[in-house]
Design a protein around this ligand. Sequence first.
Ligand SMILES: NC(=O)c1ccc[n+]([C@@H]2O[C@H](COP(=O)([O-])OP(=O)(O)OC[C@H]3O[C@@H](n4cnc5c(N)ncnc54)[C@H](OP(=O)(O)O)[C@@H]3O)[C@@H](O)[C@H]2O)c1
Length: 252
Amino acid sequence: MKAVVLGSSGTMGALVCNQLGERGVEVVEANRRTGVDAETGAGLAAAVDGADVVVDCLNLNTQSANKAKAFFGTAARNTAAAAKNAGARVVCLSICNAADPAVNRRMGYYQGKAAQEQVYRDALGDRLTIVRTTQWFELATTMLDRMSIGPLAVVPHMVTAPLAASDGAVVLADAATGENYRAKTVVEVRGPEQLDLVDVAKALRAAQGRRGPVVPISFGGSALRDGGLIPVHADVVTAMTLTQWVAAQPVR
Ligand SMILES: NC(=O)c1ccc[n+]([C@@H]2O[C@H](COP(=O)([O-])OP(=O)(O)OC[C@H]3O[C@@H](n4cnc5c(N)ncnc54)[C@H](OP(=O)(O)O)[C@@H]3O)[C@@H](O)[C@H]2O)c1
């Protein structure tokens, strides 16, 4: 079996490449540094040629709705066309409830993810599996890295059911190899506990012995603070808890 992982150098893409490699799948690592640009389409057809499945783990860091919709929509259109041409299925990584207008109203990035899902659905029908996960514990690391000023860290209130990205990668690899979820268009994945991302960040900082306050901010509307990110009926509840994940993190 041959799988193309788009976004192979990213947080989730790299984990999915490892998961698939461990299962004996031939993996094509695709990102701009390997000569594949999903937005312009450069290198895409050649990368996907002969593949059974394409796993889309692409990302753009933006809060602009226009930029997010342009990037995710265009990349999905190009990827769907290349996959169709090669006779490959697509597994698209998305975010639980991001396509819900009540959740994404003030979240330009989520509007981009909604556009991505829609483009794939329209183009691929039953040759598509969308794996939606809740936020990863790793998002707290990203927020702390991006939004720290000296000892002070600013983290948005996001009430979610976070999971370890490594647990999410197992589900994506299951969907890609067809070991599970073949008959489902959407697979929803959540972590074992309901938590605020602020508390994830605090636990991580405490474990790393870092001092200074974590200041919560309100961001993206009330749905993000009120549990709107948590799927009502998850297909998969992952195992790793916050305590276990924190214990496994490298000391900085
Ligand atoms: N963080 C969360 O909690 C969470 C939860 C659920 C779902 N997700 C979704 O997971 C996905 C992956 O996120 P991530 O944090 O793993 O991503 P990431 O670490 O930001 O990595 C993004 C990847 O995309 C590649 N890329 C970007 N533009 C590209 C282009 N034009 N052509 C080809 N490759 C391109 C990057 O490589 P180059 O820059 O080298 O091209 C990189 O490999 C996102 O769509 C996100 O919405 C995230």
